[in-house]
Design a protein around this ligand. Structure first.
Ligand code: IMP
Ligand code: ZN
Length: 347
């Protein structure tokens, strides 16, 4: 028997974050600072202040959520300087929340002042220069957007291969689940696999992206992990269980974006825990959903009556599913072991 879980305990856990979109992880405050800077250089700029556009009382759904990126945040963060400013803030925020290992994902994009290559090179330089690399190691995953044409998807994979030796560990499929034809990405994911990149896929987020045909096609890409796994038919569930795929569960995102009905206690977290697949709690877009990774641990502990040991077990499962190498696994296993030894007994 150990003491109850509280915010301080959750923060001190050696947490691994495996599903965080870079642009969605920028806080409204950081975006506000970028906005202020931009506005002072161009007072005629019409973009709304992020503190209003992304205020806490905003209700997100699939119709409002995706345009927030394409029509708003990308406009604000379109220069190398704004990318550097925001990624440094994102890295600091995760580190301050007690994250010890981070796999950040992002969709390569270009603007009038940078190419996709510049975008990725800039992010990798910031990761290299992050002053707390000994406390939190960071790797990058490149995302294919569901709206991409096959050539764009292949470009993402080629960029991932080009920068693989600098810390790109995998390729993701993300974007509006009501859009795109995922069968056109077969070749791109095949090439990624061929070059030793790991694969993670947004999977069964909404009913429209959960047909048996779509889910079977996605599994044919031979993913190593899956994100969300909300609307999964039993037949596919059995396949996922047999392959022991790592499952990235984003509880606050699913509740707030109404991908599930009800609250945290209604989340499919427990049903996946029972399958024995590694379950990894993740934030998805902490800048939008305003729930840090330590808060996600706290929320599930409260909703499902989990103990300190249960949460340490969750940290352990996350380590199992990382795309980093065995040295990273060893480092993280030692941190989890230390947390287990130091967990406070009941007094
Ligand atoms: P970026 O890839 O760093 O630009 O992060 C923002 C992008 O992540 C968005 O344009 C979406 O394509 C993707 N994204 C963020 N959250 C979700 C989600 O919950 N489901 C699917 N895609 C997402
Ligand atoms: Zn996501």
């Amino acid at each position: 028997m150990t003491a109850r879980v509280d915010a301080a305990f959750a923060k001190n856990l050696p947490k691994v974050e495996l599903h965080a979109h870079l642009t969605g992880s920028i806080t409204p405050q950081c975006l506000h600072e970028i906005w202020t800077q931009k506005k002072s250089g161009d007072p005629s700029m019409t973009l709304q202040d992020p503190l209003e556009a992304m205020s806490k009382d905003k209700v997100w759904d699939i119709m409002t959520f995706f345009p927030l990126f394409s029509k708003y945040i990308y406009e604000l963060c379109s220069t190398p300087a704004s990318i550097v400013y925001s990624i440094n803030a994102v890295l600091r925020d995760f580190k301050e929340d007690g994250v010890v290992y981070l796999e950040l994902r992002t969709t390569p994009r270009s603007s009038s002042s940078m190419s996709k290559d510049d975008y990725i090179a800039t992010i990798l330089s910031c990761i290299d220069d992050f002053p707390h690399r000994n406390v939190m190691t960071t790797y990058l995953i490149l995302s294919i957007d569901r709206r991409n044409i096959p050539e764009e998807a292949m470009e993402v994979v080629d960029l991932a291969i080009q920068y693989q030796s600098r810390g790109i560990v995998g390729v993701d499929l993300c974007g509006d689940p009501s859009k795109g034809d995922i069968s056109t990405f077969k070749e791109a994911f095949h090439k990624a696999k061929l070059y030793g990149l790991k694969i993670t896929l947004h999977f069964a987020e909404v009913p429209a992206s959960s047909s048996l045909l779509e889910l079977k096609t996605l599994l044919s890409f031979r993913p190593d992990r899956l994100g969300h796994v909300v609307h999964v038919p039993d037949k596919i569930k059995a396949q996922i269980k047999a392959s022991k795929l790592g499952l990235e569960l984003c509880v606050s995102c699913n509740v707030q974006a109404r991908l599930i009905e009800g609250g945290v206690a209604d989340h499919h977290f427990m049903s996946w825990i029972k399958t024995g697949c590694p379950v990894i709690l993740c934030t998805d877009d902490v800048g939008i959903f305003d729930s840090t990774l330590s808060n996600e641990y706290l929320l599930v502990a409260q909703a499902f009556n989990l103990s300190r040991d249960d949460l340490i077990d969750l940290c352990d499962q996350a380590v199992e599913a990382i795309f980093g190498d065995r040295h990273e696994k060893q480092r993280l296993c030692a941190l989890v072991k230390e947390a287990r030894e130091n967990r406070m007994p009941i007094d």
